[in-house]
Design a protein around this ligand. Structure first.
Ligand code: UDP
Length: 310
């Protein structure tokens, strides 16, 4: 039986990944300090004998006795509101957390997988963003704590690959949504859905012309597993290339929830990327992957989740 350590395993993506790997017959150790993750996300996994949970901050030294075949580093605050509230923990998760998990992978002779982000491209000057684009990041702005932590993490992973010959993977994750996102994490999908369900105004930031592309969580996890099993060591983008501006997106949410909410405009946060859309040619060619779940189907499932998440 293959064993995997998933850091951030009690978070939105981490919990879906733990569940998926258990389904594939893995032994899964979930590590989380529950700053933004929640035990509720993994409650249903506790009855599986192959699953265990360790409450630990990954910026501290990690000691695990049992064998591990894969280390998947998913721990980090990921919502702009969260990481701007706790920028130091965010920088430590991407730097010290990446160093500790890489050290563990080396000691265990395990394969290593880093959850990176489209934020490494910053406010991009090219659209869509291919993996070859180096980005346009403000290191000292409010998003710098996340963007630069992940850029440092990528550089450290590549150094371990080159110097220690560790088998490493880097996924650059674009906006992903689905059940188990936190209602109040401030990201646009939970924000708009909960506002629409409660009949409150939909808060569109700026003029709402900025774009994002939304990938349903099951598509993303499928891509992550394909990358994990591949022999690719360079970064790979995963995301859905269908691009919407935030006004269009607000209209879609209002329609799908049948809400009477009206749109209200709020100031655009500093350094909010004006466009974002993944180039997924590499994932298509080298992983045979592309997203399958339509925005409407994915949002319907997510809306159902938020209706039950009181
Ligand atoms: N956004 C918005 N209203 C909200 C929350 C977010 O208009 O209540 C916008 C935000 O300005 C950004 C986009 O939605 O342009 C996506 O924001 P999110 O926080 O989900 O993550 P990001 O993609 O910026 O990392």
């Amino acid at each position: 039986m293959k064993a995997a350590l998933v850091t951030g395993g009690a978070g939105f993506l981490g919990s879906h990944l733990c569940e998926f790997l258990l389904g594939k017959g893995f032994r899964v150790i979930c590590m989380d300090n529950l700053i933004t993750g929640s035990k509720k996300n993994i409650e249903h996994l506790n009855k599986n004998g192959n699953f265990s949970f360790i409450n630990q901050d990954i910026s501290k030294f990690i000691k695990i006795e049992e064998k591990i075949d894969y280390v998947l580093h998913f721990a980090s605050p990921a919502s702009p509101i969260d990481y701007q509230k706790i920028p130091i923990q965010t920088l430590k998760a991407g730097s010290l957390g990446t160093h500790n998990t890489l050290g563990l992978a080396l000691a265990k002779k395990a394969k290593y997988f880093l959850a990176s982000t489209s934020e490494v491209y910053g406010d991009p000057e090219v659209n869509p963003q291919p993996e070859s684009y180096w980005g346009n990041v403000n290191p000292v702005g409010p998003r710098g704590c996340y963007d630069e932590a992940k850029r440092f993490a990528e550089a450290l992973v590549m150094a371990y690959h080159r110097i220690h010959k560790l088998d490493t993977k880097i996924v650059r994750i674009f906006n992903t949504y689905g059940p188990r996102m936190r209602k109040n994490d401030g990201r646009v999908v939970p924000a708009f859905i909960s506002q629409a369900l409660e009949g409150k105004p939909i808060t569109v930031f700026g003029d709402g012309k900025q774009t994002r592309s939304f990938c349903y969580v099951s598509d993303l996890i499928d891509g992550i597993y394909r990358l994990m099993m591949s022999d690719i060591n360079d970064p790979v983008n995963l995301g859905n290339p269908d691009e919407y501006d935030m006004l269009q997106f607000a209209d879609i949410i209002i329609k799908l929830t049948g809400s009477k909410s009206k749109i209200t405009f709020r100031p655009l946060p500093t350094d909010d990327p004006h466009v974002r859309r993944p180039g997924i040619t590499k994932a298509r060619k080298e992983l045979g992957w592309e997203p399958k779940v339509s925005l409407e189907d994915g949002l319907r499932k997510t809306i159902e989740f938020f209706k039950g998440d009181k």
